[in-house]
Design a protein around this ligand. Structure first.
Ligand SMILES: Nc1ncnc2c1ncn2[C@@H]1O[C@H](COP(=O)(O)OP(=O)(O)OP(=O)(O)O)[C@@H](O)[C@H]1O
Length: 258
């Protein structure tokens, strides 16, 4: 099961939070080396699925492999950027402290930062445009700035997979653009990207889409997944003003495919 073209492969995957079944038995594959969007209504299991792919939530049943290994066993090389709301507020950490935490999984003996670690932290802060904020405390930042810091933390980690949970939700144009550019640049640097979103256009611009509705309802290229029929199945009839792709053979009218 080690096909370099496959990023993730799940078989009969079931996910629970305690007694609550969040994702029913799902089997799917997603390709490596590209951008994968996970979309679906509130509570449809997007964050739960991402946590399983990132190796931080054990399957209740079935299996999930990432780049040929059980997801949990290769979590050290998967950068996972959670929703900012899930981070504790009021912790007296600077921006640099938070981004530096991204290096912790790869620190050597005694956990001392080496020049390469500092360089990775500097590069990640620069790329997410938070260098000017390095000495600020986390709770002195706007929501968009904080989100860029969390993404920088993921970026600082040695990684070949980047997973982001709703990375651009609620952000202004500049912050959203910075993160969106990163998402689409990472595959050119050998990094596979998986992110969750509520935005149909964002999903349509990905290379592969996983549609959630309490389980994986569809998985494939955007034109095959974001159809009126599929979207009605998970969002309900008439809930959306328009499908992104009208018919399988007629993707015209959707946004440009990158
Ligand atoms: N820690 C938890 N304990 C119990 N149930 C949970 C927990 N986290 C999520 N759930 C439940 O699991 C289901 C899937 O939640 P999940 O957060 O994965 O959905 P989502 O699609 O990411 O939603 P949203 O778009 O609102 O972020 C929901 O029914 C939710 O209530």
């Amino acid at each position: 099961m080690n096909d370099p073209r496959i990023l993730a492969e799940a078989a009969g995957l079931e996910l629970r939070h305690g007694e609550h079944q969040a994702v029913e038995a799902s089997s799917f594959t997603v390709p490596a080396g590209c951008v994968v969007a996970v979309i679906g209504p509130n509570g449809s299991g997007k964050s739960t699925l991402l946590a399983a792919l990132a190796g931080v939530l054990e399957p209740a049943a079935g299996t999930v492999h990432v780049l040929g290994e059980p997801a949990a066993e290769r979590a050290r090389r998967t950068a996972f950027v959670m929703q900012s709301l899930q981070f504790p507020q009021g912790v007296p950490l600077t921006v640099r402290d938070v981004v530096t935490m991204g290096r912790y999984p790869s620190l050597g003996w005694f956990g001392r930062l080496r020049a390469a670690d500092r360089a990775a932290v500097d590069a990640a802060m620069e790329r997410m445009r938070v260098t000017d904020l390095a000495a600020r405390h986390l709770d002195q930042l706007s929501g968009g700035q904080r989100q860029r810091v969390y993404v920088a933390q993921g970026l600082a980690q040695e990684h070949d997979v980047l997973m982001l949970d709703e990375p651009v939700t609620g952000l202004d144009l500049v912050s959203a653009r910075t993160i969106d550019d990163l998402i689409h640049e990472q595959p050119h640097e050998g990094v596979s990207v998986v992110f969750t979103t509520h935005d149909l256009d964002e999903a349509a611009a990905a290379d592969h889409v996983v549609l959630m509705g309490g389980r994986v309802v569809a998985s494939g290229v955007p034109a095959h997944v974001l159809t009126e029929e599929n979207l009605e199945r998970v969002y309900g009839r008439g809930a959306l003003h328009r499908p992104v792709f009208g018919h399988l053979d007629d993707p015209a009218g959707g946004p440009e495919h990158r």
